[in-house]
Design a protein around this ligand. Sequence first.
Ligand SMILES: CC(C)(COP(=O)(O)OP(=O)(O)OC[C@H]1O[C@@H](n2cnc3c(N)ncnc32)[C@H](O)[C@@H]1OP(=O)(O)O)[C@@H](O)C(=O)NCCC(=O)NCCS
Length: 334
Amino acid sequence: MKRKYNCLIKNHFSFQEYRIEPIRDEDMYSIMAFRNEQLFHLRQSEPLTKEQQEHYFGTVIKALFEAEKPDQLLFSFFHNDVFVGYGGVVHINWLDRHAEISFVMDTSLESTRFESYWQAFLTLIEQVAFEELRFHKLFTYAYNLRPNLYVTIEKANYKQEAILKEHCLFNGEYIDVYIHSKTNTPIFESILRPVNENDTKALFNWVNDPEVRFNSIQQEPILWEDHLQWFRRKLQDDATHMFLLEYAGKAVGQIRIDQSEEYHYIGYSIDNNYRGKGFGKCIVAQLLKMHPTLSFAAVVKKTNIPSIRIFESLGFELKENLSNHHDIYTFVKE
Ligand SMILES: CC(C)(COP(=O)(O)OP(=O)(O)OC[C@H]1O[C@@H](n2cnc3c(N)ncnc32)[C@H](O)[C@@H]1OP(=O)(O)O)[C@@H](O)C(=O)NCCC(=O)NCCS
């Protein structure tokens, strides 16, 4: 039976002809060989013995699968279903949601496959860390011994964040360590959850935001009492669903769908302090992902450029004759 990490819902990830799965016991001796051949760039001073490797797999690795918050997640890496390397996220910090990337490939393939395997592995490990675990940041920590590694990871949009000068003693010489990193995008990191009574005040503040009022059909400010009544009614209404977007533990926006005969009408807004960062597109995209089979519509003022861009970029189409107002567009997605 294939092993699974308890902390992951999805355990197998693929990209083109590459895939990863939770590290397999049967790969332990190949991994030992790769590591012993590549001691020069690893944080390992002596070659591993068979006994050490078996002990490590039987204790440390074995414990990772059951753990709720393991300090590392390791995977076997395959190209066209052939095992060609291993790696994962290590030194995981669950509080700050960051981790270091580790990857070692079959030594004999380094000369021909270094870049393509690194690129594929980064894509796969980002699926694990960014999409599945919603981590905030991934980084690499590398001795300044393989300049081709920086070129490769920078192509995958990792930015050089620091050079730790003369950081490690290597063959009688202090060498630099390079740190590259990449942060997650709001679409993966933020969470869309149903609203509840505790969100009454946040929604009230947002609905009276000047830009929200300006972009609404009815532009007068909303009174607290009216909001309370409306909100309670909407929470009970089966034809309405309201969600709140949270990022880094903070509420950043809301989206509502009101079911009519033909469409589910979308209304949404992003907190003024979080606009222009991609959350608007993210909240609509998450709603679509959550309800892939529903038909949606949205009425948007012709002057509301960010909202028009969002609906256009998410595959909505302009629909004629759905509204009597000359200053609004109606977008639909069927
Ligand atoms: C409309 C609203 C939700 C957009 O949210 P947002 O988080 O600022 O939008 P995003 O950052 O996802 O940007 C969406 C697009 O608009 C563009 N954009 C953002 N702000 C812009 C601005 N001030 N002018 C022009 N374009 C802008 C972005 O570049 C992006 O386009 P791209 O994907 O082509 O790069 C937000 O402005 C808001 O809450 N407005 C008030 C309420 C409202 O209008 N709701 C929508 C009713 S239909």
